[in-house]
Design a protein around this ligand. Structure first.
Ligand SMILES: Nc1ncnc2c1ncn2[C@@H]1O[C@H](COP(=O)(O)OP(=O)(O)O)[C@@H](O)[C@H]1O
Length: 288
């Protein structure tokens, strides 16, 4: 797909050039009229309704623990595009032995962002692999996370829609601390029980734990950066460096704000509705 290959070339070039030069070369395009563009790319359930044959190119924004991975992954299956999480790319890179992974671990385990050069390098490599496999779109999760990353992305490819997930701040820390993954099957679970009183006439939010099946119980692992101190730092970094990215896309009429009303059973059908996507018949019961 032309959009992706342009992005790859430019991202790869950006990782070689100084980022200042890359940002200058990738100056943002004219802002379209204010207001979120109707997510027309999503109206066909498989997102195949564009004339050029490409599928959706979406971005998920939102604080750590909000559920970007959960919803991005579900949508990617529904729309038949890859879910590309830069956090996963970073974790894969730090799992490989060597000095590079040591350097990355030091950054990630302190809740800091890795450099734009490193992340663009990892992302462009992933996009090249995808292009070789014939991928026709993407849902990005965890990128862009700085204004500079957003400017580079905006300068090299067309992002159709940016979904900004919001959840009650007081629950985010508990959600991160409760995350568990099965080291064998890769399944994601959460042992936290969230119960928050309604605010300003809003409903009470109750999210029961999402417990693993018995065969996964003894294999659960916790991310090294999901400790209280590090999650608080990641939330601070999000507010300082990533929140301005919301405004960047709002000004370009691409930001769709979505307040999660609760856990997956309540939120998933509402998100599909907001995106004008028709889920498969069994989707609602699967989410319930
Ligand atoms: N776009 C990015 N820019 C810089 N660092 C990133 C980016 N994406 C991921 N990382 C690094 O990987 C870590 C884990 O990312 P992620 O899984 O997306 O975390 P979160 O749960 O906080 O959203 C981040 O704390 C950061 O160190």
């Amino acid at each position: 797909m032309a959009g992706i290959s342009r992005a790859i070339r430019a991202c790869a070039a950006a990782s070689r050039r100084s980022l200042a030069a890359a940002s200058a070369a990738a100056l943002p395009k004219e802002a379209p009229a204010a207001g979120v563009r109707a997510p027309a790319a999503a109206t066909g359930r498989k997102g195949r309704d564009r004339e050029d044959g490409r599928r959706v190119q979406w971005v998920f924004l939102g604080c750590p623990g909000v559920g970007k991975g959960t919803y991005a992954s579900r949508l990617s299956q529904l729309l038949d595009v890859p879910h590309i999480a830069t956090g996963d790319l970073v974790r894969d890179a730090l799992a490989a032995p060597g000095p590079f992974s040591k350097q990355l671990t030091e950054i990630v385990n302190h809740g800091k962002l890795v450099s734009d050069e490193i992340i663009i390098n990892l992302l462009s490599r992933r996009l090249v692999e995808g292009e070789e496999k014939g991928e026709l779109g993407f849902i990005l999760d965890g990128f862009p996370r700085t204004i500079r990353q957003a400017e580079i992305l905006e300068g090299v490819t067309d992002i159709d829609l940016v979904i900004n997930l919001k959840f009650r701040e007081q629950a985010l820390l508990a959600k991160c601390l409760g995350r568990r993954m099965c080291s064998q099957c890769g399944g994601n679970f959460n042992v936290a029980s969230i119960d928050i009183e309604g605010e300003d006439g809003g409903p009470r939010i109750y999210m029961p734990p999402l417990l693993p099946p018995p065969q996964c119980e003894s294999k659960l692992i916790t991310r090294a950066d999901d400790t209280e101190e590090v999650v608080k730092e990641r939330l601070r970094v999000y507010h300082d460096l990533t929140e301005p990215v919301e405004e960047f896309y709002r000004a370009r009429g691409k930001l769709l704000e979505f307040n999660l009303p609760g856990g997956i059973p309540e939120s998933w059908p509402k998100l599909l509705e907001a995106l004008n996507i028709e889920g498969p018949d069994n989707e609602r019961s699967a989410a319930a």
